[in-house]
Design a protein around this ligand. Structure first.
Ligand code: XMP
Length: 510
């Protein structure tokens, strides 16, 4: 089994980042709820444990406290921020409420850093975000680093299994030598092997999937996740995989042709494209409400998919490109997020289809999937493709989906993507598109007055789509996009640029 580091999640927004940084070292890291049971933890058999940060205070009556077995496991432990305070509390020290400290502090290493802070230099910039601090260090611990405001910003056990606590966040990019600190813990203290590589993942996944019986159905969208899932499964079971691509009439300019071409030319797998555009567009006629549009697309998708499964079956498995963050979202110690939009993917298939779910990418982060894509020879145009929502242009068209607005969103969207590509910025941003609604504005074309549509360009930067910032594109690039949109599309008179971040906005307008 691959060596692993288990991160107990106390709800920090950086918990995933800890795992990702460790995986960058080619060591498998996983996120589990903080209240994981002793038996479950033993089943995971980690080489070391990390206690993440979190919003709570150890002195709160309802503070999240892990089972004692975690501390009694004899495994190396590293506590970060809230995890640091937990260690102080658990081993008999004292935590007090302090002035909130956010942002950069200078960490000075004391006494060589006891293995954890070795090799990072005498002092580094460390990123803090906390309201409590260690007032009294537990008896058999020593201070290995301090900041101006925090006398015990890093501590280490003097004897017994190695236990470390650090008040700052080594996983964020603002902490200098943060990766080195995690590397010291994972490789030197835990002695984890660097055996988490994507080529090994491919080999093992293919081995595992080869053992399944029956046929597999996979819906592919042309996005990196479903494509990689399909190529991986195809490698393992060949003809027993059938892929279906549904053209719902809400795709980007040329997308249906392009995806069909790529699958036909490159992968040599059972692939069928279903043209269901008229069905979807017919159902959407006259519907303006965003949630109603999402529901209609979702339901129609299930219908088309079920028909396909029934006529081409029997299938035993349904393959999905689910990724790691989606898998643990439900299991982790966070409150239920309110539903902002009902995101639809292939879900809610009727029970009579009786399909088991196959999710070969469920342990991977997005950048790991891209690496797998490279290994499997998936074309770059697929693995660097921007994410595209299931309901497609229906959520980029405000109000009713009409043929005119579809055309505008398609052509303008292509102009935005092309110009971004020309400027070498396509892969630098998370998503880029053009949206259109029913608002109009007066323009003058030639010598005539035109009361035309307004197109909104949206380009955002993000790492996980949970939050996003509008991208500060160069003005001359925006000008070029705007000129092309008004020149090349009839009846578009104005172009606007969306300068709202998420939150309070979302990435898609509907
Ligand atoms: P929002 O608009 O909620 O979008 O900020 C966050 C990310 O999710 C994508 N998105 C979807 N993806 N099905 C999907 O698979 C959907 O229904 C859906 N709606 C939004 C969106 O493009 C962005 O990357």
């Amino acid at each position: 089994m691959t060596d692993r580091i288990t991160v107990l999640d106390f709800g920090s927004q950086y918990s995933h980042l800890i795992c990702r940084r460790i995986r960058d070292l080619s060591v498998y890291a996983e996120l589990v709820p903080y209240d994981i049971t002793a038996e479950e933890l033993a089943r995971h058999d980690p080489k070391g444990i990390i206690l993440s940060g979190g919003p709570a205070s150890v002195s709160d009556g309802d503070a999240p406290i892990p089972e004692d077995a975690v501390f009694e496991s004899g495994l190396p432990i590293l506590g970060i921020c809230y995890g640091h305070q937990l260690i102080v509390h658990r081993y008999g020290g004292r935590v007090k409420r302090a002035n909130r400290e956010y942002g950069s502090s200078t960490l000075t290493v004391d006494g060589g850093g006891a293995g954890l802070l070795g090799g990072i230099g005498g002092s580094v910039r460390a990123w803090m975000s906390h309201g409590d601090e260690a007032e009294q260090v537990p008896r058999n611990f020593e201070v290995i680093g301090h900041t101006e405001n925090s006398r015990a910003a890093a501590i280490a056990s003097r004897d017994g299994p190695p236990v470390y606590g650090i008040q700052f966040h080594p996983e964020v990019a603002h902490t200098e030598q943060g990766s080195r600190i995690l590397e010291n813990f994972v490789l030197n203290v835990c002695k984890a092997s660097r055996d988490w590589t994507m080529s090994r993942f491919v080999e093992e996944a293919v081995g595992k999937i080869s053992g399944i019986e029956g046929n597999v159905l996979c819906g592919v969208s042309g996005g990196v996740d479903s494509t990689v899932a399909a190529v991986l499964i195809h490698r393992a079971i060949g003809e027993r995989l059938k892929c279906v691509f549904v053209d719902n009439g809400l795709l980007r300019e040329g997308e249906s042709r392009e995806i069909t071409g790529i699958f036909r030319d490159n992968f040599g797998m059972n692939f069928e494209a279903v043209d269901a555009a008229q069905k979807f567009l017919g159902k959407l006629r006259g519907v303006a409400d965003p949630e109603a549009k999402r529901k209609i697309v979702g339901e129609e998708f299930v219908r088309v998919f079920s028909d396909f499964a029934e006529s081409r079956g029997p299938f035993r498995w349904l393959a999905q490109g689910t990724l790691y963050p989606d898998v643990i979202e439900s299991g982790v110690s966070k409150g239920p997020a309110s539903v902002i939009k009902s995101h639809h993917n292939v879900g809610g298939l009727p029970e009579w289809l009786d399909l088991e779910v196959l999710e070969p990418l469920r342990d991977l982060y997005k950048d790991e999937v891209r690496e797998v894509a490279r290994i499997l020879g998936v074309p770059r145009s697929i693995y660097m493709r921007h994410p595209f929502p299931g309901p497609g242009l229906a959520v980029r068209i405000m109000g009713e989906v009409t043929p005119e607005k579809l055309k505008i969103a398609r052509v303008a969207g292509k102009i935005v993507e092309d110009e971004l590509g020309q400027a070498g910025l396509y892969s630098e941003v998370w998503q880029a598109y053009a949206a259109v609604g029913d608002d109009r504005a007066v323009g003058v074309v030639g010598d005539g007055r035109v009361y035309g549509n307004i197109v909104m360009i949206r380009v955002v930067s993000s790492t996980d789509a949970m939050t996003a910032d509008w991208t500060r594109l160069p003005h001359d690039l925006l000008e070029k996009m705007s000129n092309r949109i008004t020149n090349e599309i009839d009846n578009v008179t104005w172009v606007s640029y969306a300068v709202s971040s998420k939150p309070p906005a979302t990435i898609e307008p509907q």
